[in-house]
Design a protein around this ligand. Structure first.
Ligand SMILES: [Zn+2]
Length: 61
């Protein structure tokens, strides 16, 4: 779970650790919770050796 915070006064995304600092300054904070679990994870990597490399024939072949 990742939290994205946006300061409406600074008009920029801020780090979660910076939220308190902006809030103390009277800034308006907008927080968005982004569930990372919904992201498709493609960590599996195919072995390049499994890919057969076909010889390329020239036009005059
Ligand atoms: Zn701010």
């Amino acid at each position: 779970m990742t939290s994205n915070w946006y300061c409406l006064d600074c008009e920029t995304g801020i780090d979660p650790r910076e939220v308190g600092r902006h809030a103390n300054a009277g800034h308006h904070i907008r927080g968005m919770l982004v569930p990372t679990a919904s992201r498709p994870t493609e960590l599996r990597r195919r072995s390049d050796r499994e890919t057969a490399i076909r010889p390329v024939h020239g036009p005059g072949d």
